[in-house]
Design a protein around this ligand. Sequence first.
Ligand code: SAM
Length: 396
Amino acid sequence: MSDVVRSVYYDQSEILRGILQLHCPAGFDCDITYGNGSFYKDVPAPRLKFDIDPQQTAVEKACSTKLPLTNGSVSSVVFDPPFLTYIKQARAHDSIMARRFGGYWAYSELEDHYKKTLLESYRVLQPLGVLVFKCQDIIHNHKMYCTHASVIEWAIAIGFRVKDLYVLPAKNRMPMPTKNATQKHARIFHSYFLVFERDKKVLDSTKVIEYHSNTVTEETDMSKCPVCGESQFKSLLGMNCPKGHLNAPPQPKEKPMTEQATAAPAIPIDKLVQIYIKIRDKKAEIKKAFDAEYAKLDEKLSTVATELKSRAQSEGVEGFKSESGTVYLSETMKVTGSDWGAFGQFLKTHDPLEFMEKRISSTAIKAYMKETDGQLPPGVSIFKEIEARVRRAGEK
Ligand SMILES: C[S@@+](CC[C@H](N)C(=O)[O-])C[C@H]1O[C@@H](n2cnc3c(N)ncnc32)[C@H](O)[C@@H]1O
């Protein structure tokens, strides 16, 4: 590569090298959609690697919208999400399937994933940290979705500024879907590497950022929740009631992020409740039938497995090979605590992190926060999600 970094390269490694040279001279800190690591064929791999569906053992499973990282703990984030929508396999609205097949069903799902990840990247990045966001515009059903422009708009609304923009022309493209279709738009032959810089705001470890669908709310001075009167804690995106009350005070500085933000729900609440209950009942019915069928198959499978095990054991072998496959005996070990007091004593002289699973007790953290007026122990982050739940009339 020449000394002058250009905005267009035909090889993504050249773009990544340019970004490293100009914006991340110490190397990339964290890749949150690591995939098979193809970004790092010719440039050094990041310190932290995450993916929702890890393909390598060195990659930790995590959703880009909920990273196991503390506020302001990384200097750069690389994000290369799927960019296709209307992927058939995503039609079941099963997001894991959608991810596996590299796309989303509706554009709103892509938008939601991108916005939430922008927000999460903002949280984990240190002030003036760098976000590298790879994206591509798409055309579906004769409609142009100018994703790179939307990403810039969403990122700026959260507190990023655009630092650089690179274009990667595609080397190959799949043929047009319909042979004799009249072309209405230029065939998209390039993707973008957008480089953002986070603003200087410092979020201390007790701050929680919440994503409010389609809106980003700036800091306000309201200190009490209007519902319960509890002292609220301030986050970048507004005031948060420690009891999680939804009826947040009127947000004076609300900025719509998309046109959808102003669309009022037309369906009456009771109708929505009825629909909710109907879908939930249907789900329960399908699950019950599925569980029964599954249990029958499990039982049959276990009968066959028991027979194979006893044949191997009576012949004194570790396994067999047959035309259809291989059988091998494998040992699993289950560990349970039979005397927690004794084990607790043992842990006093041994490293508990070596002998225990690394999962933090949310009950203990909640109790600690209550005792310490919302403080968190060092090295712990919390994520809160608010969802609507429905209780059937007459149900307790
Ligand atoms: C375009 S591929 C990544 C390409 C990657 N840069 C590479 O070189 O392999 C998209 C990746 O995003 C991951 N992904 C999709 N949704 C995700 C999510 N919510 N959180 C984290 N990773 C996700 C997929 O598993 C996939 O590995």
